[in-house]
Design a protein around this ligand. Sequence first.
Ligand SMILES: [Cu+2]
Length: 268
Amino acid sequence: MMRVGRRRLGVTLLAVVALTVGGCMPAGATTQGKQISTLYDVFLVGGIVVAGIVWSLVTWSVLRYRRRDGRLPVQHMGDIRIEAIWTAIPLATVLALFAMTVITLNSLDAVQPGGVNIRVVAFRWQWQVVYTDAGVTDTGTPENPLQIVLPVNTPVHVSLESLDVNHAMYLPAFLFKRDAIPGHVTSFDIQITEPGTYPGACAEFCGVSHDDMLFAVKAVDMATYEAWLAGRKSGASAAPAGSWTPGATPAASPAPSGIPAPAGSTAP
Ligand SMILES: [Cu+2]
């Protein structure tokens, strides 16, 4: 009876932990984000197991070997076997986590064949995207934040640059943040798995209007993306139906005056 009760308590605790972890940890809306999420989960579960072992042993030894009747418990000095165990287990744990991290990082940095290319340019205080395959450019404004339209289930090769100071491209739903550094092109791949609109922002304090640097990624299926891009080439509206900014007029926003367009862009 007692054993059934304990088992139920154990199952309930596990369910609570699983729900908490699931609720706190977004899965990532890209294949890369999902890999990062899996790595986070491994670290979190590993941390919970280690904390459980350490706290249990400390609590047990404090209670079991407390001073009783004014006398110290039997004192032990040096035990090679135990010392080897408490050195080997943490070492193996850290090495395993290190190996998994390296494997995940290499996988994240891998460039997939095919796909579409975009150049994202950060400047004080907006974003610009150049769809390099089509020669189409969009620039955000505070009133009309940039919306980067991308196809789902297709590798997207991103070249990220800055025209002035350090900015950072942050997309929480992708579990992704990358610095935009002046004079340095940062390249990475993303592959979005779910259609949807994902808000992003500059995550590097870059000056007085840093908070204007909002943008969004709108992920659509390939057919919609290609039709939209073809429409843009022939001068149609900038964003497909369902733009993320309520009330915003979908129109190609020109680069603000005084902001140099990146080399090769077709910004007006
Ligand atoms: Cu910025």
